[in-house]
Ligand binder design. Sequence first.
Ligand code: R5P
Length: 313
Amino acid sequence: MDGIKLLCGNSNRQLAEKIARELNVEITDATVKEFSDGETNITINESIRGYNTFVVQPTCTPTNKNLVELLLLIDAAKRCSAHHVSAVVPYYGYGRQERLTSRTAISAKAVASWIQVSGADHFLSIDLHSEAIAGFFEIPVDNMTAIPLMATHFRQKGFYENDNAVVVSPDTGGVKRARNFATRLNLPIAIVDKLRSRANESEVAHVVGNVEGKNCIIVDDIVDTGGSLSNAASILKDKGAKKVYAACTHPVLSGTGYERIADSELEELVTTDTIPLSESSRKKITQLSIAPILAECIKRTYSQQSITELFAK
Ligand code: R5P
């Protein structure tokens, strides 16, 4: 990987290091620091002139700080004459503010514009909250998925073609995702019909499909406060489910998210390292690494090979 440079900010250095090991490259020497007034200051300490440069920086919490680091890393890379700059944003913060409601900003679109204006030539992410976000960019977008990785985990636990198992979407908007997961395990799906009264508060209504006596896997893109998952797990139990598991790509886990998962009816929450987990409170949480997938996509971007074919099976 001689023509590649890998840059990262402070949002998920562990993930960038794993990707670097997979690619057999060193992380490019850069200083990403904060002045005492809170301004972000970026210096790239080695030449990246003419290189394909990949900036690895999920925009997880602290979201605004991590977003500014991403934008300034891209800007610095362009000003250092990088040949081609890819923004590798495994978790796209602001992705849930992606449509017009009454008098709101469409933040997912605004952030996409800023990434482009900073100079990104290519955008790479995992399980964007909505596929429509790809259309907010005028540059090529690769939206990869952790669904096969998490489905393989459950396959290894004996869920494949298991008459006693069902995949559950926690809301009507997630049915396509749940179906994709279920197809990989040859399982039926059920749907929790969720009504949300206010942002970050969820309310569960009823279940469509048979979950009685079954082991359920709830599939979602994000676990944030844990409200959706813990409520869905409770209602599935009330409807007679045997055991309830969950698979969510992005462990946002804000507020009392960790406690909520620990105290919930869930047996296990399977997630990935798009966002670093807190070291202290990982009860019931299994974290799988998406570094091999990202490294493969970076290799294929560099060598101009298909990325779609990676997810064809
Ligand atoms: C909503 O549309 C998303 O797919 C997740 O269900 C939601 O963001 C999870 O949030 P929380 O864990 O706060 O209920």
